[in-house]
Design a protein around this ligand. Sequence first.
Ligand code: 13P
Ligand code: SF4
Length: 348
Amino acid sequence: MSNLTVREEIDRLRETWGKRLLILGHHYQDSDVVACCDAVGDSLELSRLAAASDAERIIFCGVRFMAETADILIRDAEGKSCGRSVWQPAPEAGCPMADMADGKTLEAAWQNLTHRVDDRPLTPIVYVNSNAEVKATCGKHGGSACTSGNGLRVVKHFLDLGHRILFAPDQHLCTNIMRELGYPTTAVATWHRDLPDGGLTTEEIRAARLIAWDGCCPIHASYTIGDVAAARAAYPGAELLIHPEAPAAVAALADQTGSTKGIIDTIARAEPDQTFIVGTEEHLVRRLARRKEPKIVSLRPIICEDMGLTTPEQILHVLQTWDESCRVKVQDDLVLDARASVERMLAL
Ligand code: 13P
Ligand code: SF4
């Protein structure tokens, strides 16, 4: 089937579903996939759209944690599906960073830390880029989810209450947030999953305001100071925008760190003669660079392979077969705790 025929067949089938169907795509999807979507956004925007819509079936073109978040938010007050469902055209598309934390080890870390140092409450904050089990563990202990866009607000809220934070799974996002909030590097201690007691002494825990899980996004964490030097030399006068999943030493060199949406919004507001060096996933950078102005160049092209797994053919496959292996259904006993962490974030 040619691309056009796949698109035509997708359009024909979606017409038969009307408003009962919603196809969502993340900004990091390939442009062929984006063209098949009813809406494109960052992970939080898409989950909100899923929650706000009445669609019976949602096809989520992105990675697993995003489809799971949509499923958590479309459930009713008791956590039941009520005939609504979420489908992922590429069910094998996961997020390597989300997989760096699981519910059991997060629970064990929280228990270990609270038993060793109890001078302040320890609140878990989990990046939405985490699996449902991790969100449920966070929700169970009164914690909140956060995104790269609202992480600063969420972290600040709990620090202002005097709490200590256990942040998972992205060590770089929370380190960048603490730097932006003006905390010294000593206020962050890293919990090493593979070491006894996380490799932390009681004194180190006591001195820290935030304990960072040792996970990272292998894509954004691969940016180096050398990449910044090379791009600045090639494009003098350009502004550097970089995603806060980049290491702190690299992010500190940027003119602005910004979530996916933050980067898009900054470019949308820019003067036509500006040039931006953008440090985030390449599918998005390429799409931004298509416009004539402002000029957009990549800090270094990096592709998230998981984000690139979805194809229009797979969307069509879901529409034609509703293949159960593409259904994303969060375990029922995790839904309410996981949702509590997401709703706490939305309320802040
Ligand atoms: P957003 O929350 O900005 O959509 O980020 C998703 C992601 O995968 C970043 O690497
Ligand atoms: Fe996960 Fe990084 Fe890919 Fe985002 S870009 S889905 S955080 S691996």
